[in-house]
Design a protein around this ligand. Structure first.
Ligand SMILES: Cc1cc2nc3c(=O)[nH]c(=O)nc-3n(C[C@H](O)[C@H](O)[C@H](O)COP(=O)(O)OP(=O)(O)OC[C@H]3O[C@@H](n4cnc5c(N)ncnc54)[C@H](O)[C@@H]3O)c2cc1C
Length: 499
C-alpha cells in the first residue's frame, strides 16, 4: 500500500511528489516516457513522428481540436515542461481577485517554488532587438522575463518547443523530480492510469496499465490519490470517474485558454531578431479594463518560431502577407522591403523580412468560457466557438493595429479570426476549477475533490492546471507550482484530512 500515488509528472505532480516523498511511500505514474537531452526530435519529420496517437501512445505532443479552439500539450516525464520556454512569472494580484485563495496567501509558496526552479534572465536579451521595439511602441511597459534555463548552455537553437537537446532547459526532470526520487519516490513511466475506485477500508485502488496495452492492467492501492494529469489528461480521467462518483456540476465548465493567441506584424523597418530561435525573453504587460471596470492582464510576448519551422514559416508569411495581410505605411521603399522578402526565400537570416517581424504571442486574462466536450473514446477537447472574439483578444487586436499604424509593416491578424481556422493554445486551464463549495467548484482551494452530498472525498486530490478558476494572463507553470506547494504542505501537516 502506497501512502501517496500521483498521476502525472507535470508541474502539479512533480511538486506534490518532491514534497511528500520524504515522509512516506510515494509512487508517480506517468504515461509518457523519459526523454533525455539528445533524444528529442530534431527537424519537422522527427517532430511530426513524435505526435502522440493510438498508434504511438508514447508520443511527446498532442493537439485536441474542439469547436473554435485547438489545445496542444505534452506527455513525458516532466509533463509540458519538456516543451515549454521556461518562462516563470507571477500573475498580477488582480488575476486572483475572485479565487478562493489570495495572491498574498500564495506568496510563501511562490517563493518556495522559485527557490527550486531558480529562473534567470537571459544576459544577452538586449542584443536580440525586440526590447528596443517594445520600448518604441509601449514605452515603460516592458517586462524582461526570467526563464528556467541555464543560459550558459543555451545556443538559441530555437528547439525549446520540441525539447532541449543542449541540456540547457531545467525542465521538471532536472528540478523537482530528482528531489522526489532522491527522497525515495518511485517513478513509473510509460504507465497510464485508466481509473480508480474507493476502497471499503479507506484509500483508493488505482487501475493502471503499460501505456496503450490493456492486457497489462493491474490495481495498486494507496491511501491518498493525487490526480495531476494536466488539464486535458485530468478531464479524460475524471469524465470516466463521473459515472462512478458524483462531482460538482461545474465539472468541464469555465475553461480558460489563458488568452493564447498569435498574430504577426511582418516586415517592419525594425530589427527584432525573430530569425533567432532564442527563447522568449521579453514582453510588455498591458492592462485592459473590462466591461465591469475590472483590470485584466494582457502579456504580449515577442514569440519565436522553432528553427525547423523557420524557413517554411518565412516562405508562408511571404505569401500570406500578399493574400491576407493589411499593409501599413512606413518610411522604407518598396525595393528595400522586397529585398528582405527575397532574402528569406534563399535563407532566413538577419537580412530577411522574418528578422523584422513581430510574432505577436499573447497570454491574457480571457473570460474562461470554454466547455469540455468528449469524443466516443472519452477524450476531451475544448469548445469555445467565439473564443477569437473574447474581449481580451479584441483588445489585443486593437493594440497591435495601433502599433502597426505607428511603425508600419504588414499585419497578419490572429489565426483564430481567419475563415475556417481555430485559435490554438498551450495553456488550457480549468475544468475542475477550485471553489469555496461544491456549487462553485470541483475542488476546494487545496485541490480536495468535493462530494456533492457534502464535504470532500477522503484522500482524493486534483492538483494541476485543471483546478485554476480562471485565466492568469501570464504563463501558468509557477502558479500551478505554488498551488501544489500549498496543497502538499497541507497534506503533510494534516494527514487525517487526506485519509
Ligand atoms: C509548447 C508549450 C510551451 C509552454 N510554455 C510555457 C512557459 O514558457 N511558461 C509557463 O509557465 N508555461 C508554459 N507552458 C504551460 C505549462 O507547461 C503547463 O501549464 C504546465 O506544465 C501544466 O502543468 P500540469 O501539472 O497541469 O500538467 P502537465 O505539465 O500537462 O503534465 C501532465 C502529465 O500527466 C501525464 N498524464 C496524463 N494523463 C495521464 C494518465 N492517464 N496516466 C498517467 N499519466 C498521465 C501526461 O503525460 C503529462 O506528462 C507551455 C506549454 C506548452 C505545451
Amino acid at each position: 500500500m502506497y501512502d501517496v500515488i500521483i498521476v502525472g509528472s507535470g508541474y502539479g505532480g512533480s511538486v506534490m511528489a518532491a514534497r511528500t516523498a520524504p515522509y512516506g511511500k510515494v509512487l508517480i505514474l506517468e504515461r509518457g516516457k523519459r526523454w533525455n537531452s539528445g533524444e528529442f526530435p530534431t527537424g519537422l519529420r522527427a517532430f511530426s513522428a513524435a505526435y502522440r496517437s493510438r498508434r504511438n501512445p508514447l508520443g511527446l505532443w498532442e493537439v485536441r481540436l474542439g469547436k473554435g479552439t485547438g489545445v496542444g500539450f505534452a506527455s513525458g516525464v516532466g509533463g509540458a515542461s519538456l516543451l515549454y520556454y521556461g518562462i516563470t512569472t507571477r500573475p498580477d494580484d488582480h488575476a486572483l481577485a475572485h479565487w478562493p485563495v489570495t495572491s498574498a496567501t500564495l506568496d510563501p509558496y511562490f517563493r518556495r517554488a522559485l527557490d527550486v526552479l531558480r529562473p534567470e534572465s537571459c544576459p544577452d536579451a538586449h542584443t536580440i532587438g525586440d526590447q528596443r521595439f517594445f520600448d518604441l511602441v509601449e514605452p515603460g511597459k516592458r517586462v524582461d522575463l526570467q526563464n528556467v534555463i541555464d543560459w550558459s548552455k543555451c545556443t538559441w537553437c530555437g528547439d525549446c518547443v520540441s525539447g532541449c537537446n543542449r541540456g540547457a532547459k531545467r525542465s521538471l526532470d532536472k528540478t523537482y523530480l530528482p528531489l522526489a526520487e532522491t527522497a525515495g519516490a518511485e517513478l513509473r513511466s510509460e504507465t497510464e492510469v485508466v481509473g480508480f475506485t474507493m476502497r471499503g477500508s479507506g484509500g483508493w485502488d488505482v487501475r493502471v496499465q503499460k501505456t496503450g496495452d490493456p492486457s497489462t492492467l493491474e490495481t495498486i492501492p494507496t491511501r491518498t490519490l493525487v490526480i495531476a494529469a494536466g488539464t486535458m489528461g485530468t478531464l479524460d480521467i475524471m469524465v470516466r470517474q463521473r459515472n462512478l462518483m458524483p462531482l460538482s456540476w461545474t465539472f468541464g465548465t469555465d475553461i480558460g485558454m489563458n488568452g493564447d493567441g498569435a498574430a504577426f506584424l511582418y516586415n517592419t523597418p525594425y530589427a527584432m531578431g525573430s530569425h533567432h530561435g532564442a527563447p522568449i525573453t521579453t514582453t510588455v504587460r498591458l492592462i485592459h479594463t473590462d466591461g465591469n471596470g475590472l483590470p485584466r492582464t494582457l502579456t504580449v510576448m515577442s514569440g519565436r518560431i522553432p528553427k525547423f519551422l523557420m524557413h517554411a514559416s518565412a516562405t508562408m508569411m511571404n505569401g500570406l502577407s500578399e493574400v491576407m495581410g493589411e499593409r501599413f505605411e512606413d518610411r522604407q521603399s518598396l525595393w528595400i522591403r522586397a529585398k528582405r522578402r527575397l532574402a528569406d526565400l534563399r535563407a532566413v537570416g538577419p537580412d530577411g523580412a522574418l528578422s523584422r517581424t513581430l510574432m505577436y504571442k499573447l497570454d491574457g486574462q480571457d473570460s474562461a468560457k470554454g466547455q469540455a466536450s468528449f469524443d466516443e473514446r472519452g477524450q476531451s477537447s475544448i469548445d469555445w466557438p467565439d473564443y477569437a472574439n473574447d474581449p481580451i483578444l479584441v483588445f489585443a487586436a486593437e493594440r497591435l493595429r495601433q502599433w502597426a499604424t505607428k511603425v508600419g509593416g504588414v499585419l497578419l491578424c490572429d489565426l483564430g479570426t481567419w475563415p475556417g481556422m481555430k485559435s490554438f493554445g498551450v495553456h488550457a486551464l480549468g475544468g475542475c476549477r477550485m471553489g469555496k463549495n461544491v456549487e462553485e467548484g470541483v475542488v476546494d482551494d487545496l485541490g480536495r475533490v468535493f462530494h456533492p452530498a457534502g464535504g470532500v472525498y477522503p484522500g482524493l486530490w486534483i492538483v494541476d492546471g485543471s483546478i485554476l478558476p480562471g485565466s492568469l494572463g501570464v504563463p501558468p507553470s509557477l502558479t500551478i507550482a505554488a498551488l501544489a506547494e500549498r496543497a502538499a504542505e497541507y497534506l503533510l501537516t494534516r494527514p487525517s484530512s487526506a485519509n
